[in-house]
Design a protein around this ligand. Structure first.
Ligand code: PMV
Length: 353
């Protein structure tokens, strides 16, 4: 008897130009293009196993060991249905292929970091779901094609199908067939850029991105200005900065866009607050760190960005990580030890040497 099973994993991505607002809530078509960096590290990933079997009576899914309901017409059901459709095309072309599209699937997914705390768990989760089904079904689809389906699970998930620097082009077609992710540059183009994650809180966030976005689209005049006049210019400028490995411009645009996203949240009626006092204090530290560098004739050295939660992501070239971690640890007592993948602080740990 054959076993039809595949396991894949997908990383988190953190946007520098934020996606915030849908023009079509069912197809998940955004009101603006966005751009992110995929965090290709082992400790921020979703790993998903999919199995198709004639003995299964219905599609089922477990997230971190707990079964989630697959609601008819919901996002999980849509992604699974679309993947089965692609499998059917393979089976129609080659009648020797087993009819996996007619089997139910069981899907088991795990995140190795806090779920729904503004650390983009839905992005890695839906990207891993789609890529594990693509592997199970041996689909000849490109990451951009798969991104069209991951997007219908969670918008930002479409960007996690690529590593490196990734754009989600908003597209203009009503069926969403041109609203997909493309690679701007692979990670190897600019390997010196690293992301430092400061987990301010791993509680579940207060306002989900889905309801937050809807309220912003309905009530914020600032969002209209952002999508018409600001994002198109920033998308071009940040792509140029990435291709030129120009960290100063990359950092400036990233921080401006994080600030505007949170301004748009505040401009929503009633307002949405994703950052807290600790988040704002980290902004002040990074701003001060950059100010000292610029006043001494240098460039920006670090860029903060915040998604729909209080946790900071700080992009910086590797040479500054030790500095920044030391400053953060000095001002904020750590509940947990700093995870030091580069061994920057030696055996003694942070702040000792
Ligand atoms: O894909 P969603 O629905 O989780 O929305 C993500 C929104 C932000 O993380 C705030 C921005 C982004 O582009 O990732």
């Amino acid at each position: 008897m054959s076993v039809y099973q595949a396991t894949t994993s997908a990383p988190v991505n953190i946007a520098c130009i934020k996606y915030w607002g849908k023009r079509d809530t069912k197809l998940i078509l955004p009101t603006n293009s966005s751009l992110s960096v995929t965090l290709d590290q082992d400790h921020l990933r979703s790993t998903t196993t999919s199995r198709a079997d004639t003995s299964f009576d219905k599609d089922r899914l477990w997230l971190n060991g707990i079964e989630e309901e697959i609601k008819d017409g919901g996002r999980l059901a849509t992604c699974i249905k679309e993947m089965k459709k692609l499998r059917r095309e393979v089976e129609d072309k080659n009648s020797n292929e087993p009819k996996l599209s007619t089997f139910a699937v069981h899907i088991c997914s795990r995140n190795n970091f806090p779920t729904a705390a503004g650390l983009a768990s839905s992005a890695s989760g839906f990207a891993a779901l789609v890529s594990s089904l693509a592997a199970l079904y041996a689909l000849p689809a490109s990451p951009s094609q798969l991104s069209l389906i991951a997007r219908q699970g969670s918008g930002s998930a479409c960007r996690s199908l690529f590593g490196g620097f990734v754009a989600w082009e908003q597209g203009s077609l009503p069926d969403g067939s041109d609203s997909l992710a493309i690679e701007v540059a692979p990670q190897s183009h600019w390997p010196d850029i690293h992301a430092l994650i400061c987990v301010v809180s791993d509680d579940k966030k207060g306002t989900s991105s889905t309801s937050g976005m809807q309220r912003t689209v309905e009530t914020s005049p600032l969002l209209q200005h952002r999508i018409k006049n600001v994002v198109p210019v920033r998308m071009e400028a940040i792509k140029k900065a990435i291709l030129a490995r120009d960290f100063d411009s990359f950092a400036r645009i990233t921080m401006q866009d994080s600030n505007q996203f949170h301004a748009v949240a505040l401009d929503t009626d009633p307002p949405i607050f994703y950052m807290n006092d600790v988040s704002r204090a980290i902004i002040a530290l990074v701003t001060e760190y950059n100010r000292v560098s610029v006043e001494n004739g240098g460039m920006l050295k670090a860029a903060y960005t915040y998604d729909a939660g209080p946790n900071a992501v700080i992009y910086t070239p590797k040479e500054n990580i030790k500095d920044i971690v030391s400053i953060i640890v000095k001002y904020f007592p750590q509940a947990e030890a700093f995870k030091d993948p580069f061994g920057l602080f030696g055996a003694q740990g942070v702040g000792e040497g």
